[in-house]
Design a protein around this ligand. Structure first.
Ligand SMILES: Nc1ncnc2c1ncn2[C@@H]1O[C@H](COP(=O)(O)OP(=O)(O)OP(=O)(O)O)[C@@H](O)[C@H]1O
Ligand SMILES: [Mg+2]
Length: 316
């Protein structure tokens, strides 16, 4: 179990970790790395995709279970939250009878209404996360938590923010009643820094860093919940520290292949400098910046997620 000495251990002390960032920066991969790390420490961990995204089972070489919970590895499971299914599940619980649900909500009046309520889809997905956090399993001696940690692979940038702010939006919209009370409960969990952390993911390139800084700015009061910024797919160049001093002499003696090698080395150094600048810009946000290495080769699978988890586990 985590000890609260390092930021990564404090991160795993939370109940919910929301991972967001610009599209394609590695949110799903980082969610899985966090999940694999928590699972390796014996925590029962669920990584939830959102908005019906359904990529994780495939990267594990498995058929997708969709909304159903699918075990991936010991202590690690996944599910894909879809707003439509979560709404149906919620209303079925409230209304009890499928027939009633179909009469009330599958008709021409209520269907479009549900689509039109601002933020309802986002709220209902977080509501599912809220239910998962509270879920208890019966064990011989009593009722223990089903999930020690729920990692939410949230939508990209703007939509990630709308998801976090959806409970407050619904509270303003409704003022009282069951939706209001539900939204208040969900806000209580999502806005609690002791229970919910946010992890931002960025690539070490100018535009993604700019967009991460911008995203951080738009998080408003959620900024204090940003527990880490992951600088993903960092490359190490492996060149000797005195390469810049050696370079003129190497170039003077180089044959055409040598010139090409020097050009590659120069590009690696430029990338390294860009990564350093990215790290410095992100560090100014105030949250710990955690490097994750680029895993070269094919599409990432379980060994790569374990490798990333091990790096995360060693970070300060
Ligand atoms: N550290 C890494 N090293 C190498 N490849 C990576 C790394 N992290 C992510 N990738 C690759 O980059 C691509 C995008 O990653 P991923 O799907 O995790 O991003 P995402 O932010 O979830 O994307 P989307 O916004 O589409 O959901 C994938 O092909 C993934 O395998
Ligand atoms: Mg993704």
């Amino acid at each position: 179990m985590p000890s609260p000495d390092r930021s990564i251990d404090r991160l795993l002390d939370r109940r919910i970790i929301v991972v967001t960032g610009k599209g394609g920066v590695g949110k799903t991969s980082v969610s899985l790395a966090i999940g694999a790390l928590a699972a390796s420490r014996g925590m029962n961990t669920l990584v939830c995709e959102t908005n019906g995204a359904d990529q994780i089972c495939g990267s594990w070489g498995m058929h997708s279970g969709g909304y159903a919970i699918t075990p991936l590895a010991p202590h690690l499971s996944t599910m894909s939250i879809r707003a439509e299914t979560a709404i149906e599940e919620y209303l079925m619980r409230v209304l009890r009878f499928r027939k009633l649900y179909e009469m009330v909500f599958k008709n021409r009046v209520m269907g479009p209404f549900l689509d039109a309520v601002p933020g309802l889809h986002d709220l209902i997905q977080l509501g599912k996360v809220f239910d998962l956090e509270r879920e208890r399993s019966s064990v011989l001696s009593g009722r223990t938590r089903t999930w020690d940690l729920v990692v939410v692979d949230a939508p990209a940038t703007g939509h990630g923010i709308s998801m976090l702010t959806a409970p407050r939006g619904m509270m303003r919209l409704t003022r009282s009643g069951p939706f209001h009370d539900n939204a208040r409960d969900v806000a209580g969990l999502i806005e609690d820094p002791a229970r919910t952390a946010i992890v931002l993911v960025s690539l070490a390139e100018e535009l993604p860093v700019f967009e991460t800084v911008e995203l951080y700015g738009r998080l408003g009061k959620f900024q204090e919940q940003v527990a880490a910024v992951v600088l993903n797919a960092v490359r190490t160049h492996g060149l000797p520290a005195n390469y810049p001093d050696l370079r003129p002499e190497l170039l003077a003696r180089a044959n055409p292949a040598g010139v090409e090698a020097i050009a590659l080395a120069d590009a690696a150094l430029r990338r390294s400098a860009m990564q350093d600048r990215a790290r410095q810009s992100l560090a100014r946000l105030g949250a710990p910046v955690v490097d994750l290495p680029e895993i070269a080769g094919v599409e990432l699978g379980p060994p790569a997620f374990d490798q990333l988890a091990a790096v995360l586990g060693q970070s300060p």
